[in-house]
Write a protein that binds this ligand. Sequence first.
Ligand code: ADP
Length: 420
Amino acid sequence: MRSSTFKWVILSATLLLAALVAFQLFWLKRIYNTEQQLFTTNVIKSVRGLMEDIKLSEDAPRLQQIVERPDNSTFLVKVEAIPHKDSLGYYLSQELQDFDVLTDCRVAVYDHLLGKVIYDLYLPSPGSPFTDESRIDPPIYRRTYRHILLYFPHHDKYLMHEMRYWIIGIIFLLILLLGLVVSLFYLYRQKFLNELQKDFVNNFSHEFKTPLAVMKIASDVLMDPRARNQPDRLQKYSGIIQEQTLHLQRQVDRLLRNAHGKGNVMPLEKQEVDPNTLVRMSLQQLDPLIRDKHADIQIDLDATDSKIMADGEHLQLVIVNLVENALKYSKDPRITISTRKTDGHYSIAVRDNGIGIEKKYLGKLFQKFYRVPTGDVHNVKGFGLGLDFVKKVVQGHHGRVHVQSIPGVGSEFEVLLPII
Ligand code: ADP
């Protein structure tokens, strides 16, 4: 499976897992609602039991009408008589226990005529760690009727406790799902790296085997005693060997530079340099390749005698990389290299009439090892390291690189360096 297919599999699996997590959370909410309903029912049943124990209201049979619930943890029970403090405490804790309401309850008896709480009680559930009554004041609801307030201060904790096995199960499942997503992600990365490595080895063998083979043939020709009497042949084949040696040298340099580069840090030695000179030197360096491709090179250099603070050696390699790419990715290369001053920046641009790059790939070009997928159509080899190097050098100069490209028409890479 290619890593692109694998990516889709992982994306679908992740979406599926996300849906599963959403379903779990929805399920948990439903369980909470059910537990809440059970709690309310049990408190109402306890109140009914209390009404049977002590006569508090004529409306006792119609409980729904005399019990008000301002929030999930508070109940106001409308009463006509004020019960004795001890008997209320005794019977209420019995009833709450009988109906499995096993959480502490704060009780307050409010008289509407006096407009205040007559007395209050704290009924700890069996084994409750909370005994310090004064810590939790009962809320006061100024109603126009006499009532007993039942307030359950640890109501939320109690419900969570009741739901503990569900919660543990769901947390366990979530951890499992998370583990699965992370494993899938690492699997994808591993697969991606394996493919990168495979591509790298393929490109590596091509980049080194071809020049070596050409050099071998050229040296065989030179070894032939008959060649010694043919100066033209001697000249031609030693020229080929020199060309291929320079090519190999560039490839080795590129690999070594990347191998030594630590992360994004590029050690630079800045001094005053003339970008126009760097362009000319780069073209000189690429001369064999330019001739080989019969490239038409236009240079449109800044007329003023400009100097910028830069690492000349690295900046020249940046220009070499961009022009080399322009040559590599164009069939009949017509390349324009221009330098000019813009607002506070110095611009070096390389424009070609090559194969161009689709918009969707532009954002990835500067990643290490990245190469635009071309199928088998364009058999241009490379390591995908050139633009990564360009980016690092330009960043080291606090500059930026712009790319504009139209597939089938050409590309322009523009390096902008601050003028200090
Ligand atoms: P490579 O060694 O593959 O050339 P680079 O990092 O220099 O590596 O470039 C990354 C990719 O960007 C190339 O594989 C190529 O697909 C694309 N690319 C770079 N320059 C050009 C250009 N001038 N025209 C078209 N495509 C380009």
